[in-house]
Design a protein around this ligand. Structure first.
Ligand SMILES: Nc1nc2c(c(=O)[nH]1)N[C@H]1C(S)=C(S)[C@@H](COP(=O)(O)O)O[C@H]1N2
Ligand SMILES: [Mo]
Length: 263
């Protein structure tokens, strides 16, 4: 998967083109910035003040752009309404075939062995232990038909089934006042989400796709499905999760994508 064409640090690298950095920074702040900062257009100086970064070399430009992106995260987090539901669709609206996507091709999809599989739970939870698949499959089940939106420019409607993640977090004794839930996957993917999204009623830990056991390409044995977030925020092949107050980042986020990743 290519990074988006307007990925900030790369554009800034090599050449200190302040005008285009500013255009990109404004675009990055886009609509939430208007709500956060009123109608005022931010100057490069204003953004530097907000982020506490001077723009003297490539290194500081990169730090600045990361900081601007984090400002955007905060704006998105502030605007996130934990009760607002993403649209749901009918069976007839499901996209067939549903697209596969990963940072590698379909022939490299990890083949997780079901019998040896365990999900490790760690961090700020009272129930630090591993879970087997039969235990996970026995959890309360919900089905959902929602739209998955990928930043690469496609979206598709799919049907996922699994257990409401908020209930699962309570079951494992998660500290739901903590900031983040982090995920490690069977490939080299990793992700993290904000607690309000983790507790959102439509956030599901899914084990099935369209009524069938989740196939390898869609993330066997499980994918965290959040219709309120962009595709890359939805980790597949989860092998470990942890609750933490230390920002864990994510595979694409650490390469310049926006962390909140709301859709
Ligand atoms: N483990 C893992 N999870 C991942 C990815 C990945 O490469 N590895 N790609 C992400 C991206 S960018 C997208 S769009 C969706 C694709 O999910 P799908 O194959 O079910 O369409 O998975 C997300 N979760
Ligand atoms: Mo994606």
């Amino acid at each position: 998967m290519d990074k988006p064409s307007d990925k900030l640090p790369e554009k800034a690298a090599g050449k200190l083109d302040r005008e285009s950095i500013l255009i990109d920074a404004r675009r990055e702040l886009s609509i939430p910035s208007r709500r956060l900062f009123g109608k005022q257009l931010l100057s490069l100086g204003g953004l530097s003040l907000l982020t506490g970064c001077s723009l003297t070399d490539d290194d500081s430009v990169n730090k600045f752009l990361t900081a601007v992106s984090r400002l955007n995260d905060r704006a998105q987090a502030a605007l996130f309404d934990p009760k607002q539901l993403a649209p749901t669709y009918t069976e007839a609206q499901i996209t067939r075939p549903f697209p596969f996507n990963a940072y590698y091709g379909i022939d490299e999809v990890p083949q997780v062995d079901a019998s040896g599989y365990t999900l490790k739970i760690g961090g700020l939870v009272t129930g630090q232990r591993v879970w087997t698949l039969p235990e996970l499959y026995a959890l309360p089940h919900a089905e959902q038909i929602t739209r998955h939106i990928c930043v690469e420019g496609w979206s598709a409607i799919g049907r996922w089934g699994g257990t409401p993640f908020g209930e699962f977090l309570r079951r494992i004794g998660a500290d739901t006042s903590a900031k983040y839930v982090g995920f490690k996957c069977a490939d080299d993917y990793y992700e993290s989400i904000d607690m309000p999204t983790a507790l959102h009623p439509q956030t599901l830990l899914t084990f099935s796709y369209d009524g069938e056991r989740l196939p390898a390409k869609y993330g066997f044995p499980m994918k965290l499905r959040m219709p309120t977030k962009l595709g890359y925020k939805n980790p597949k092949h989860i092998v470990e999760m942890f609750v933490t107050n230390t920002y864990p980042g994510g595979y694409w986020v650490d390469q310049g994508y926006n962390w909140f990743g709301g859709s």
